[in-house]
Design a binder for this molecule. Structure first.
Ligand code: BTN
Length: 326
């Protein structure tokens, strides 16, 4: 492990408490000068490290940088492989590439920023630096392609549980079928599952589950085109170490739920958190918009709807939106 990584790991393990350069150097087995250089390197990446005369260096509670060391300190042991990067094109795209090259299941790729973040239906996912969490997980479940809805919907539950856990229940997110997470009737998180299917068996070869969460307000606010529909969990309110805390909690939830994505125990929670049931909605299919009533979620996580002409349909995929009040 590099000296910078070891220094950050030790500072994370002692967050809020000063550790002297001498102590750090002794534990790592390098010179004090090497420690000082590592501190400067870490600072140059945006990590806030304070220094107290004669006491040493420390990470303030308020430092909100995202790092593997920060996440692993909170997570403790995990069977997953956690990889944290500063800027990537798209965590889903990179992980798909790793999957094609034979990477085993359980790889978690996290980025602080995405330059080509992708949403559903070929849309872009706004992924600015510093305010969000962009995370993808590689799965190789023994599962038919038609069951992949269970991955996406259980991930939505994992996100809600993680948000509730880090906020002590102060924020109660809702799910808009299939997998958008809403707070105060605006979207805070989107989920995109991309899968490769074996042509012969119809079974999943791999699935890449991608989750993007808006944690705090982005610098300069959301772009005009999404400003009315997107929000963040905390806006401008400062939250200590929130990105690492939310990442650790989400990884913990994903590890539990993705151990067996066909275990339907989560489904009751998924149903309970729905925001559209018994509401008037618009079903959007092939660019056509049809008013309907959302009836409920069935045991395969599909959404039942009734159209205005009285006909009903069970939706497997697609998009629904809240019907604007007329
Ligand atoms: C949507 O709302 O349409 C889905 C958004 C999914 C965004 C996440 S961010 C991490 C992963 N990488 C991507 O490029 N997209 C997903």
């Amino acid at each position: 492990m590099k000296t910078t990584q070891r220094v950050l790991e030790l500072l994370e393990q002692n967050r809020g408490k000063a550790v002297s350069g001498e102590e750090l150097a002794g534990i790592i087995g390098v010179s004090r000068n090497a420690v000082w250089k590592a501190i400067e390197d870490l600072r140059s990446t945006g990590i806030v490290i304070h220094a107290k005369t004669k006491r040493g260096y420390f990470l303030p509670d308020s430092d909100n940088s995202l790092s593997k060391e920060g996440i692993m300190t909170l997570l403790g042991s995990t069977s997953l492989k956690v990889d944290v990067r500063q800027t990537v094109t798209s965590t889903n795209d990179l992980l798909k590439q790793l999957a094609v090259n034979g990477e085993p299941a359980g790889y978690i790729l996290i980025a602080s920023e995405q330059t080509a973040g992708k949403g559903r239906f070929g849309r872009k996912f706004y992924s600015p630096n510093g305010s969000g969490l962009y995370i993808s997980m590689l799965l190789r479940p023994d599962m038919k392609a038609e069951d992949s809805l269970f991955i996406t919907t259980s991930a939505a539950v994992a996100v809600c549980r993680a948000i509730e856990s880090v906020t002590g229940g102060r924020i109660r997110p809702m799910i808009k079928w299939v997998n958008d997470i809403f707070v105060n009737r605006k979207k805070v998180c989107g989920i995109l599952t991309e899968a490769a299917v074996s042509f012969e068996s119809g079974m999943l070869d791999y699935a890449v589950l991608g989750i993007g969460i808006n944690i705090t307000a982005p610098e300069g606010d959301f772009p005009e085109e999404i400003k009315d529909i997107a929000t963040s969990l905390f806006g401008d309110m400062e939250q200590d170490n929130i990105r690492n805390r939310l990442a650790a909690e989400l990884i913990r939830e994903l590890e539990k739920l993705m151990a067996d994505p066909l275990d339907k125990a989560y489904l009751e929670d998924y149903k309970r958190r729905q925001m559209l049931i018994d509401h008037d909605i618009i079903v959007i299919k092939n660019d056509q918009r049809r008013p309907a009533r959302a009836l409920g979620i069935d045991k395969r996580a599909r959404l039942g709807v009734r159209y205005e002409d009285g006909s009903t349909e069970t939706l497997i995929s697609g998009e629904v939106s809240i019907k604007p009040k007329s």
